[in-house]
Design a binder for this molecule. Structure first.
Ligand code: FES
Length: 222
């Protein structure tokens, strides 16, 4: 897979992660629960309850707590188990803790890494003004998706350039710019997350989404 284990990668669009929701994501074969409480920030955890391994992306969010759907163990924003319903008088031991990964929202995209996160998400300029366009899921490797993306014809006047190993910028003149981040799910599946910025970003959003649809066909045919 092209995405190095320690690199920050986009795994969702910010607006897709609704408040009080937990969502499944796969990055480099690792199942993740991407969730948001009432306090705002997106959190990325291993998609596995420390109790008996149920997927935490099936769980439900109340306030800033993620509760496993199986036996109802509740985990606070720091990952620590806060409550075991079958033993209400018991203070859960500190050793019971969900495995969490660094997470940050930038450019309308949720970024995470399976590494220690020391480098932070890529710096692509000011964070303001980015709007999520859409995510695409393709039956192809991340390498194949990137190759097709770099060659794709986004239309008259569009120029494409690689910003990092898995990020491509498409410029449609001075008033519209789009970022497309490729997420390796496993060897045969990838996701692409696109966000746009500029004076024409809102009005062009639907048209950009249609072009990305054509890109998906291109990637899968290749
Ligand atoms: S598996 Fe999650 S509470 Fe039991």
């Amino acid at each position: 897979m092209s995405v190095a284990q320690g690199r920050w990668t986009g795994v969702a669009l910010d607006h897709q992660i609704q408040p009080a929701s937990s969502n499944p994501v796969v990055l480099n074969g690792q199942a993740l629960a991407v969730w948001r409480g009432e306090d705002g920030p997106v959190r990325v955890w291993e998609d596995r309850c420390p109790h008996r391994g149920m997927r935490l992306s099936f769980g439900f969010v109340r306030g800033n707590t993620l509760r496993c759907i199986y036996h109802g163990w509740a985990y606070g924003a720091d990952g620590q188990c806060a409550e075991i319903p079958a033993h209400p008088a018991l203070a859960p031991p500190k050793t019971i803790c969900a495995n969490s990964y660094p997470a940050e929202t930038r450019y309308g995209i949720v970024w995470t890494t399976l590494g220690d996160g020391a480098s932070g998400p890529p710096d692509l300029g000011p964070d303001e003004g980015w709007e999520g366009v859409r995510s695409l899921f393709v039956a192809a490797s991340a390498e194949a998706a990137l190759t097709a993306l770099a060659r794709f014809d986004f239309g008259a006047g569009a120029t494409t350039r690689m910003l990092a190993g898995d990020i491509v910028e498409v410029s449609f003149g001075p008033e519209l710019r789009m970022l497309v981040v490729v997420q390796a799910m496993d060897d045969e599946r990838a996701a692409l997350h696109a966000a746009a910025k500029g004076a024409r970003a809102t009005e062009e959003r639907a048209a950009l989404a249609k072009r990305l649809e054509r890109l998906r066909a291109d990637i899968e045919q290749a």
